[in-house]
Design a protein around this ligand. Structure first.
Ligand code: TYM
Length: 338
């Protein structure tokens, strides 16, 4: 039985789309926090595979990516015994609550979502209704679990704000139903930028593979990508305006080593960008190597992965079902007798 509101640990929820190998941006902006939060909170995590089909997926690759993403999350340190770590499409309540929330979200609100505008521009031949109502599904993901905190990178802030607004609107129309969640956005690493165009977010869907680091890049690839990273001509490692490339590398280095910008500036005082880029690359390699080793073993073990996600879905569903039924009752649906 779920603990009462007074005594239960605060709950954390977050998800990630399993559309390809995760990037360093995903890791520093979100995934690293998912792992750390497990010590102090009751954590619910999932692969957002319903969200993933707002962009066309090739079925065999999609299936493979979902399984690989599941293995990667375990390799990162998501503990399937401590946390609930499931696959979104295996818990039907997400789609059910998303439909209801669609009817409590305005066209105008969804039109303002910058991610929708970006993705609609990028996939102009497939601006589907799911892409537009995506934030309602994300709101459902969060609200179903009465999440107190939602760890995300900065790019999800607008979606989170929408989830809060929808929750408040529903609660106001009826009576308190949903917990209004708070975002947990890290101080450093919340917005890792492209290594080739540091005014753009690092993204695995970028056509230029030199612009992002994936969790499975080899040490050689990582060092090369950092050495080729776009910087400026000042040749002075300092954080400042007009230095987007260096600012980004300093953000990555700081986020990994815990060093402040002042400490980094001192460390590389009088040294060129070459030294600094190598140091950032090496720090990333050192962080990713043990994760890659664990990943390689886990991804082979299909039976174990299947056991983990199959056990997680009913645990998630037990929580989600209660919230869904509570919301349905408020709306005026007759009770479901099964
Ligand atoms: P997704 O799959 O695009 O990204 C997963 C997480 O990684 C963060 N992130 C970044 N952080 C820093 N720098 C970057 N360059 C970078 N790129 C991505 C994202 O902010 C995110 O936290 N809609 C969500 C998935 C989702 C979700 C949810 C999240 C579905 N339901 C419920 C939270 C709660 C998404 O597409 O994230």
């Amino acid at each position: 039985m779920e603990n009462t509101v007074e005594t239960r640990k605060k709950r954390v929820l977050s998800m990630i789309q399993p559309t390809g190998v995760f990037t360093l941006g995903n890791y520093l902006g979100a995934l690293r926090n998912f792992v750390a939060l497990q010590d102090d909170y009751e954590c619910v995590y999932a692969l957002a595979d319903l969200h993933a089909i707002t962009v066309r997926q090739e079925p065999a690759a999609f299936r493979k990516n979902t399984l690989s993403a599941y293995a990667m999350m375990l390799a990162l340190g998501i503990n399937p015994e401590k946390s609930i770590f499931f696959i979104q499409s295996q818990v039907p309540e997400h789609a059910q609550l998303a439909w209801i929330l669609n009817c409590y979200t305005q066209f105008g609100e969804l039109s303002r979502m910058t991610q929708f505008k970006d993705k609609a521009a990028k996939h102009a031949d497939n601006v589907n209704a799911g892409l537009f109502t995506y934030p309602c599904l994300m709101a459902a993901d969060i609200l179903l679990y009465n999440a107190d905190y939602v760890p995300v990178g900065a790019d999800q802030k607008q979606h989170l704000e929408l989830a809060r607004n929808v929750a408040e609107r529903f609660n106001g129309l009826y009576s308190p139903t949903f917990v209004v969640p708070e975002g947990l956005i890290p101080k450093t690493g919340a917005r890792i930028m492209s290594l080739q165009d540091p005014t753009k977010k690092m993204s695995k869907s970028d056509d230029n593979t030199a612009s992002f680091i994936t969790m499975l890049d080899t040490p050689d690839q990582i060092i090369k990508k950092f050495r080729r990273a776009v910087t400026d001509s000042e040749a002075c490692v300092r954080y400042g305006e007009g230095k987007d490339g260096i600012n980004n590398l300093m953000g990555i280095y700081s986020s990994i080593t815990g060093k402040t910008y002042a400490e980094i500036e001192r460390e590389f005082d009088g040294r060129g960008y070459g030294d600094f880029k190598t140091a950032v690359g090496e720090a990333v390699v050192e962080t990713l190597e043990p994760i890659q080793t664990r990943y390689k073993a886990l991804v082979q073990d299909k039976a174990y992965l299947e056991k983990c996600y199959s056990e997680a879905a009913p645990r998630a569903e037990a929580i989600a079902r209660r919230t869904l039924h509570k919301a349905m009752k408020k709306v005026g649906y007759l009770p479901t007798i099964r």
